[in-house]
Every structure is written in C-alpha cells, then in structure tokens.
Design a protein around this ligand. Structure first.
Ligand code: CO8
Length: 264
C-alpha cells in the first residue's frame, strides 16, 4: 500500500495514514487502502487497533479537496458513501479502535476519529468541521456523530460556524479523553491498547457491541442486548478462568485499579 501502513505489535496493531504531502488528506485511494488494511487485520491475534497519522503536524486534514472539487451530485453521493461505509466499518469493527490524533483533525479527519471507540490527542491537535466554508455539509458522518458525542448545541455551533477548536477545548467538551505532549501520544495510545489487549478478549468485544448497539436502541431493548451479550460470556474460558482466579485469590482483589484517563 502507498498511503497506509500497518504494524502488528504483539496483541495490538497500528494503522498509520501516511500521505504527508497532503497532510494525510483522504482521497479515494487512501479510503480504499484503509478499507483493505482493516480487512487484513488478523482478528485471531489482534485485540485492539490504533489509528494515527504520519508526521508531527496532521492526523488527517480532511477529505481531499482537490478530488472533491469537480464531483457531480451523483459522484458526491458516491464519495460520501465510500467514506461512510469505511467509517461504519471502523465503528462496528469487532475490536476497539483508538484514534491517536496527532495534529489536524479537520472535516473527514475529525469524522474518522469520531468513528473510533476512543480519541486521545496531542497538544497541537485541532478539531473542526470546516465544510460549510467550502460550500458542503460534513459528508462522512460528522453531522451525526459529533452531535451524539458532544452535544447537539456544541456540534451545531462548530458545524455552522466552521470554526476549529484546539486540544484543550476538545478535552473540555468530551471529544477526546486526554491530551498529551506530541512525543507522548503514541506511547500513551500503545499503553491503552496493551491494557485493553490484556483483558478477556471476548468480553471486550461484547462490551463494544453492547455499547454500540445499545446506543441505537431504546433502553428496554438496550438492556436485552446487554443481557444476551453478558450471558454469552458464560460460555467462555475467560469467564471461568477470570472468576476462578479471583476465588482462588490468584489476582489480589485488594489491589484497587484506579487511574485517571491520562494514565490508563
Ligand atoms: N485536501 C487536499 N489537500 C490538502 C488538504 C485537503 N483537505 N489539506 C491540506 N492539503 C494539502 C495542501 O493543499 C498543501 O499541498 P501543496 O503543498 O501541494 O500546496 C499541503 O497539504 C500542505 O497544506 P498547507 O500548505 O495548506 O499547510 P498549512 O500548515 O498552511 O495549513 C491546514 C494546514 C490549515 C490544515 C490547511 O491545509 C487547510 O485548511 N486544509 C484544508 C482543511 C479542510 O478544510 N478540511 C476539510 C475538507 S472537507 C472534508 O473533509 C469533507 C469530508 C466529507 C466529504 C464528503 C464528500 C461527499
């Protein structure tokens, strides 16, 4: 692949968008390569993914404006669908995906980060949905995910004004979980990924599915979704081993595991 790199590190993998000449902007080729990279992940070995951008300036500076500039209505819809299909694949990917946002996350860049389970960023990160300034709407899910992740009012202000926000503001409104100096961002993402990968993998997958599916359902239906996925865990070795270890005091139950987001 030309613009997407993949590295597997023990039980987690790192997908890097590497199109430095255009600040990692998403053209059709990048979207196709990302799609292929997710399809190629060995889900028997890998329990968590990190998505990041190459370089020190930009995570993803948006969809490729040059490519979009000549699209017809039908082509615009098709391009939107290409991005949306990929982002939905990321959102519903069986294992957690952490966005390590290392700089600009504008337009499609903010949108792809929002399709990930967890967002952390560097202190030079900048988030925004500048589309209305270009005469378009956010087309890769931004109108939907931003309103759900922060609040409709904050999403509307960001989208209608096309103003970008810095890392500290993204943290304040809950768009990211933590902010790090740039050089500490990837190590922090790897620490989180390794921490997730050390947990019972089927339980983690079931949690992702329960949270995602439940958020799209009524509370009555959502708790049934949770009950089913909870019940499924009782057919796993991990449940027997995990509870057995506790009962045999193999895992010191007095060891309280409390951390803040930045250090977990
Ligand atoms: N598309 C294409 N090329 C880009 C993009 C982009 N989004 N962003 C940056 N580049 C290119 C620049 O053209 C430039 O290339 P070159 O060196 O050949 O001139 C190179 O990257 C470096 O960029 P700058 O020189 O502009 O770097 P600066 O540090 O001065 O500025 C910015 C950085 C502020 C990020 C600036 O590049 C910028 O404003 N970029 C555009 C940001 C933007 O508006 N993004 C949103 C795009 S729209 C979108 O994402 C819609 C998603 C939904 C699509 C649905 C379709 C139906």
């Amino acid at each position: 692949m030309e613009f997407v790199k993949y590295e597997q590190k023990e039980k987690y993998g790192i997908i890097t968008i590497d199109r430095a000449a255009a600040l990692n902007a998403l053209n059709s080729q990048v979207l196709d390569e990302l799609n292929a990279a997710f399809d190629a992940v060995d889900l028997d070995a890998v329990r968590c993914l990190i998505l990041t951008g190459a370089g020190e300036k930009s995570f993803v500076a948006g969809a490729d404006i040059g490519e979009m500039s000549t699209l017809t209505k039908a082509e615009g819809e098709a391009f939107g669908k290409k991005g949306n299909d990929l982002f939905r694949k990321i959102e519903t990917f069986p294992i957690p995906v952490i966005a390590a946002v290392n700089g600009f996350a504008l337009g499609g860049g903010c949108e792809i980060s929002m399709s990930c389970d967890i967002r952390i960023c560097s202190d030079n990160a900048m988030f925004g949905q500048p589309e209305v300034g270009l005469g378009i709407t956010p087309g890769f899910g931004g109108t939907q995910r931003l309103a759900r992740l922060v609040s409709p009012g904050m999403a509307k202000q960001m989208i209608y004004t096309a103003r970008n926000i810095k890392a500290d503001e993204a943290l304040r409104i809950g768009l990211v979980n933590a902010v790090y100096p740039l050089e500490e961002l990837l190590p922090a993402a790897e620490k989180i990924a390794a921490g997730i990968a050390s947990q019972a993998p089927i339980a983690v997958r079931n949690c992702k599915k329960a949270i995602n599916d439940g958020l799209e359902a009524s509370m009555d239906d959502a708790i049934v979704i949770e009950e089913k996925l909870f019940g499924d865990c009782f057919e796993t070795e991990d449940q027997r081993a995990g509870m057995g270890n506790f009962l045999k005091k193999k895992d010191d139950p007095t060891k309280v595991k409390v951390v803040d987001f930045k250090n977990c």
